[in-house]
Design a protein around this ligand. Structure first.
Ligand code: TTP
Ligand code: MG
Length: 357
């Protein structure tokens, strides 16, 4: 049986946060717009989340200190991020895109992979479908998306970035190697700066250079990653579009050395757990909405209680207050506690995943 040919879309919204802000505030349309924290007249310590294409003309980039953006583009409209709004609109966009896909995988706040192999007969059909998705998003949400189409996720992802904004780039199987060949190796997203510098020393600048390089030499320099890099430079990627249920959570728990009914000890442990959970959440650039506490009494009887906040947050204060309240209202005071735990869920990435695969 021959392997069925795949048609994969990668959808990526254009300058997502600033596009949403422009939609909400028509009066800023046409200006350079920068979303980031704490600009403070160029003296703040925040970073740029994103900027619109007008601001990018001045050299402003995501992740740059906002003070630097201020020097490059002092006349831009600076706005603090409004995560709940972006997350809401992201959800609506994902809902639109999902219904066109056989398999659907959200990737970060404004990106998704769609496996449409069973929905289209050929590349022409793929083009019609991609245009339809872009049009529905634009009509419903008032902002534009770029779509890359290819025989696998890797090629689709590189293709969506090829022509932006409002782009559509289709790379058929037979065009893959040629399409990739002239692009810089950094466009293979997992090639970080260090790898890029090492490759440059070897005279490898483009993906084409990498595809032609001796794979044995690559594997002796970079280990297994070297071989994978070589495969990807040739546009080979067998990974599937994976339906993810989005049940991710971050949790920590503590078992007391001795079962205890001492509420001071219990609440102290709880606060410490909240700190650990929060540290991990912030490190992963996540925001949470739901807080769950787990209380295990002597003898293993275990109770969990959850509360979902009306907003997304990554503040320790919100976590500790909610966890404390849950334990306070549910703890059976006369009973000895063996273990307590804290979990946050309904997580959303406040920032972008930077690595693929
Ligand atoms: P991207 O899709 O990387 O960027 P973008 O949508 O703003 O622009 P493009 O047209 O090039 O796709 O990221 C999506 C959102 O994720 C972006 O609007 C803001 C957020 N983000 C950060 O907060 N920090 C970052 O470093 C990056 C790259 C993105
Ligand atoms: Mg984007």
């Amino acid at each position: 049986m021959s392997e069925k040919k795949r048609v994969i879309f990668h959808l990526d919204m254009d300058h997502f946060y600033t596009a949403v802000e422009e939609r909400e505030r028509p009066e800023i349309k046409g200006y350079a717009v920068i979303v980031g924290s704490d600009p403070k007249e160029g003296k703040g310590r925040g970073v740029v989340s994103t900027s619109n294409y007008e601001a990018r003309k001045s050299g402003v980039r995501s992740g740059m200190p906002i003070s630097q953006a201020w020097r490059l583009c002092p006349r831009a409209v600076y706005l603090p991020p409004n995560f709940p709004l972006y997350i809401k609109i992201s959800g609506e966009i994902m809902q639109i895109a999902r219904k066109y896909a056989g398999k659907f995988e959200q990737w970060g706040i404004d990106e998704a992979f769609l496996d449409v192999s069973d929905k289209v007969a050929d590349w022409a059909g793929a083009e019609v479908l991609a245009r339809q998705i872009k049009a529905e998003i634009k009509e419903t949400e008032g902002i534009t998306a770029s779509i890359g189409v290819g025989p696998n996720k890797l090629v689709a992802k590189v293709a969506s970035d090829f022509q932006k904004p409002d782009g559509l780039t289709i790379v058929k199987e037979e065009e893959v190697e040629k399409f990739l060949a002239s692009l810089a190796v950094r466009k293979l997203l997992w090639v970080g700066r260090k790898t890029e510098a090492k490759l440059k020393e070897l005279g490898v600048n483009t993906i084409g250079d990498l595809a032609r390089y001796d794979p044995t030499a690559l594997s002796s320099m970079f280990g297994a990653a070297g071989l994978q890099m070589h495969l990807m430079a040739k546009g080979i990627d067998k990974s599937e579009v994976e339906e993810r249920m989005g049940v991710k959570s971050v949790s920590h728990e503590t078992t007391f050395e001795e079962d205890t009914a001492d509420s001071t000890a219990i609440f102290q442990a709880l606060d410490a757990l909240c700190e650990e959970v929060l540290k991990e959440t912030v490190n992963q650039h996540l925001l949470f909405k739901t807080v769950t506490v787990k209380i295990r009494y002597q003898g293993f009887e275990t109770h969990t209680r959850s509360k979902t906040l009306p907003f997304l947050t990554n503040r320790l204060r919100d976590l500790q207050k909610t966890a404390n309240e849950l334990v306070f209202t549910n703890l059976q005071k006369d009973r000895k506690v063996r273990l307590i735990g804290v979990r946050v869920s309904s997580l959303v990435s406040g920032e972008k995943q930077k690595t693929l695969f």
